[in-house]
Structure formats: C-alpha cells, structure tokens
Design a protein around this ligand. Structure first.
Ligand SMILES: [Zn+2]
Length: 585
C-alpha cells in the first residue's frame, strides 16, 4: 500500500490506527464547562441550540446538510492494536452529536466502521507473542490470528473489547466490518469509479504536495492482497478499462487478473477509501483527529475526492484533540506504557462520570484524564452538577442551570429528555467519593457490607432500593481506585483485634482515654465537629499536642502516621470494632 509523502513528512496511508499513536502527555487539568462562553444565550424556556458543543454541531449539520428526517453520523478505526482512550474520544464525540440530533427530533444512523481490511503494518509493543504476530505483517488485520486465542482474529479481539465496553456507557452504534464489505465486493462500483478517475485523483493528492513530493511514476488508487500469500506487497500491472485488474506479487511471484466484482483482495487506498465510503453510506457527520485535520491531511484531500469523484459533499466534521493521562490506571491496566483503555477508565469512573469527562469538555481542547487524587475532585464536580440538574442546589442563574442540565443529560447512560422538565426517576444517592473509599477500606473491600452499612446508617439521607445499583457501581470504582490507583497515603487497613502499635506510655494512656471516653460514646455525637472537640479535650487532658494524639490514634487503628480525618473516621467504624482494636492498651 502506498505511503504518501505530504510536505516532506511521510504520512501513513491509513493513520487512524488504534494503538499506534501516543497520548499527548499534559500535566494540566483542563476540564472546563464545555460550553462556549462567547455564545449568546437567550433567557427563554426553549433550549438554546448554542448551549452545548454537541447541540451547536447538530444545528450546523442541519443548517449545512439540509433539513432531513434522518442523518448518518460516522466514526471508525483500524483495529490494529489496543483501542485506547484517545481513540475513544472520537466514538463518544460522535455519539454525543447523534444524541443532540435525536433531541431535535431527528432520526440518526450512527455507524462505526471497523477498518479491519487494512494492512497489519507493525506489531504494537504491548502485544504478546511478538514473533508470531510479526509473521503476519502485510496481511489484512482480519487474517492475523488472535495472540490470546480468544477470538477468531487479532482484529476481532480488539473489536470485541470495544463492542463489549461501549454498551456500558450507553453507546450503541451499528458496527460495519470493512473486511466483510470488501471481500463481498460491496464497493466494486466505487473501486471502478476510482480507476476511471485515477488521473483526477492523482491531481487532487498532488495539489497538497510541494514539487519534491508529487507522486512519481505510475499511480493506482487501489492495492491488492495477493490471493496466494495474502500480503499486499503487490504491483498493479494493468486495468482493462472495465472490471479486470492484473497484479503481480513481489513476494511469491503470483500474477493474476481478477474481476473487481468478485475479487476478495482489491482495496482502495485510505485517502480514496474514506471519501468513497462517505458517499456509500451518505455520511453527514464524522469527526476526526488532529492528524487528519492538518493542512493537506486526509480530510482535506478526501473532501475533494468525495465531491469531484463521488459527487457527495464531505460530512460536517470537527477536530478532536488528544487526551493526556495523569496518574496510574493501576496494576490491572492493560497498559504497557501509555495504553489506557475504556475498561481502565470504567474501572475508576462510573459510566456517567466517564461520559461527563467528555460531555463537559469541548472536543477541540486537549484534556487530561486523571487516575490520581484528582479522581476525588472529578466525582465532587459531577455530584455538584447532579445536584444542580436535579434542582437540589440552586444554579447561579437560568443560563447556568441550562448549561449544567445539558451536560448532565448528555452524561447519562440512558438518554433523558432534554429541556428543563422533570428528570426521570429519583435523584441518585450521593456519597462523596473520598468518604466512600474510606468506608470500603473500613469494610476490608466488602462492597455489600459497605452498602448495608449505608442502609442502616442514621447519618445522611436514607438509601432507597432503586438507588442501590448505581451506588454499587460507584463502590466498585471506589474500591478499584483505592486499591490500585490511589497514592499510598490514601490507603489503609484496620488492624485486626489483638494487634497493637508500639506506643509510648503517655500515648498509650491517651489512647486508653480516647477509647473509654470518646469511642465508648461514639454514637452520641451529633456530628463530626462535636466528636472532634471531644478528641481535642483528650489531648489537652494529657498535655499533648493534638497532632501527637492523632498520630498515636492512626498508629493504633491502621499502623500509619496519618489517615482519614479522625472524627469522621471513628464515626464511620462500628463501636464494637473500635473497642476491639483498642482493647490492648
Ligand atoms: Zn503473494
């Protein structure tokens, strides 16, 4: 397959490949409101179409593509490696625009193309059985065996991973498999058209190249996988002006004339393939990464190919930016280096909060997904948004309400009605993520015990049965984060009964006092503040600095010098268990 040179840099013929691009690393946390501050909002009850970038894009699609009953939104990737979180940005960006169109009463066909008839160019570094995989270089990805032997091919393995993860986030595209389509000669007419217009196509590609990089010699818009050895190291030696294409294999020497209407191995080059499929599927919208949207990038050339050769206006598009990763996604991460997957994301963020990360950020801004302490703040931000959307907390003004409400709507797994009407169901049970992490660690990671504790707790709002499934998801994320991603100082384990810390006599005396005065009546404190005052009274009585008592208490409870805020911590553990742990002093 051709490697195109653009402006002096060599560009792969098919650059939207999974696993190949690195994440842009950024230390900055650029999560923002997701709305355009410059947009002019009108204070009306009608939802302002400019309130959210997905709505802006939906309005633009209708404006520029005409008012139709149905629109096709497309997205796609080559499953050439692990589909990572940077690739995922395209999928969810498309899905958010599809939802915005649906909210305007439009029917949407959301297609996701697996470009699994692309050539296997390179074995990604994080793959097992490197040598085995290397034997299949230049094969179509669909013919590369699955090194984990779980699925029918290497391509299918990566596809299945994504097809399993997406529904959890409420994303349900119609998947198209390009290997299947090409092998069934679905695109025979499109291929013939490309052959007929090969001079015009060459001119379009050359338009974006400087003199030194124009296409040299004979050029064909197609490539062929050899029928004998399955590799694409073939040269086209002729075309009969109709359906017959003759090729020669440089590897095995096979020569053959095939009919494009029945041949399995004939394929368009990426820069022709993409626009041909825009017309074939009548695509109205497709976002693309920075690399495609560069000057002379494949979007630029595809626009001309689509219009001049296939007689279809290129889809509305926008450029989405890279995603940075901050913190470690955990030992469980499929990562070898920087590959963070949707699964990794969903182990730390509930589907709603994961959607919120993308719905709350404009696609053309680079942002960072955090796996470190920022996770706590992201959950807090989401909870605040939720309280505003449910009108539990007041918004600053109507405009702020509409913005928050819209981002919240788009963050839900099941689409909710747009506007300012009542949200379906009841508000989810809110528990601060930090506190939940502490409760789960107190329960030694037992989620059901944690939920039961909340059900029986007199503190805070009552937990309703219908709130439990989403709370359970949050618990699973909290447990994973605390165990796998949180910094060491955040992690703890309560000492078993009978295990004691090495404390000085003064410290031990103070801990005894803490046990017999504060812990013995732990259920009596109205709030954390009242309990904290009692703790300080113990320190004062023993002539100790509060800090010294805290350190001794954490040593006695969890064997560390620091821990969660002591009053709240003590009140989160059952009295019997505390008395048991402190019995030995
Ligand atoms: Zn061959």
């Amino acid at each position: 397959m051709a490697v195109f040179a653009v402006g002096g840099t060599v560009r792969l013929a098919h650059p939207r490949s999974a696993g190949y691009t690195n994440h842009a690393m950024s230390k900055q946390h650029k999560h923002e409101s997701g709305t355009n501050p410059a947009a002019n909002h009108q204070a009306t009850n009608r939802r302002d179409a400019t309130a959210h970038w997905a709505d802006e894009t939906a309005a633009k699609i209708i404006r520029e593509k005409g008012d139709k009953a149905r629109y096709t939104c497309a997205s796609g990737i080559t499953p050439s490696g692990t589909v990572h979180i940077g690739n995922f940005r395209e999928i969810i960006s498309t899905e958010l625009v599809a939802r915005a169109l649906r909210d305007l009463g439009k029917e949407v066909r959301f297609i996701y193309s697996w470009d699994d008839y692309d050539v296997f160019r390179k074995v990604p570094a994080n793959m097992p059985k490197q040598d085995e995989l290397a034997k299949y270089l230049r094969f179509p990805i669909t013919m590369v065996p699955d090194p984990w032997e779980r699925d029918e091919s290497y391509a299918r393995h990566h596809e299945v991973d994504i097809e399993t993860a997406l529904p959890r986030m409420g994303i349900h595209p119609e998947f198209l498999y390009q290997a299947q389509k090409y092998r069934a000669s679905t695109y025979a007419a499109g291929i013939r058209k490309a052959l007929e217009h090969r001079g015009a196509l060459k001119d379009i590609l050359d338009k974006f190249r400087d003199e030194d990089h124009k296409i040299q010699g004979e050029w064909w818009p197609i490539s062929v996988f050899c029928d004998e050895c399955n590799r694409d190291d073939t040269d086209i030696s002729g075309w009969d002006g109709e359906w017959g294409v003759t090729y020669h294999c440089n590897l095995c020497g096979h020569t053959e004339t095939v009919d494009v209407r029945t041949a399995k191995g004939v394929k368009l080059g990426w820069r022709i393939d993409w626009p041909m499929r825009w017309e074939f599927e009548q695509v109205d919208f497709e976002p693309a990464g920075k690399d495609h949207h560069s000057q002379g990038g494949s979007f630029d050339t595809a626009k001309y190919v689509c219009k001049d050769v296939y007689n279809w206006d290129a889809p509305i598009s926008f450029r989405y930016d890279f995603i940075g990763i901050k913190g470690s996604a955990g030992k469980m991460s499929s990562s070898s280096g920087k590959v963070v997957t949707i699964e990794d994301l969903l182990r730390v963020y509930t589907p709603e909060v994961a959607r919120y990360l993308f719905a709350g950020t404009r696609p053309n801004t680079e942002f960072t997904i955090s796996f470190d302490l920022d996770v706590i703040k992201i959950y807090e931000d989401y909870d605040r948004l939720e309280r505003v959307a449910w009108k539990i907390d007041p918004a600053k003004d109507d405009e702020a309400y509409r913005k928050a409400r819209r981002i919240y709507e788009l963050s839900q797994v099941e689409p909710v009605p747009a506007g300012d009407g009542t949200l379906p169901g009841i508000p989810p049970y809110q528990i601060p993520f930090r506190h939940l992490c502490n409760l789960i660690q107190i329960a030694d990671g037992d989620i059901e015990q944690t939920i039961a504790g909340l059900e029986n707790s007199a503190d805070g709002p009552a937990l309703k049965p219908e709130q439990i499934p989403s709370l359970r998801q949050r618990c699973e994320c909290a447990r994973h984060w605390a165990e796998e991603c949180a910094p060491d100082e955040f992690r703890f384990r309560l000492r078993p009964t009978g295990e004691t810390a090495a404390l000085s006599d003064t410290e031990a005396a103070a801990i005894r006092d803490l046990r017999d005065t504060v812990v013995a009546r732990i259920g009596d404190y109205a709030d954390d503040k009242a309990c904290a005052e009692a703790i300080y009274a113990v320190a004062e009585k023993h002539g100790m600095d509060g800090k010294v008592l805290f350190r001794a208490a954490y040593q006695a409870l969890i064997g560390k010098d620091q821990g969660p805020r002591l009053a709240n911590f003590l009140r989160s553990i059952s009295k019997e268990r505390l008395l048991g742990i402190l019995a030995g002093y």
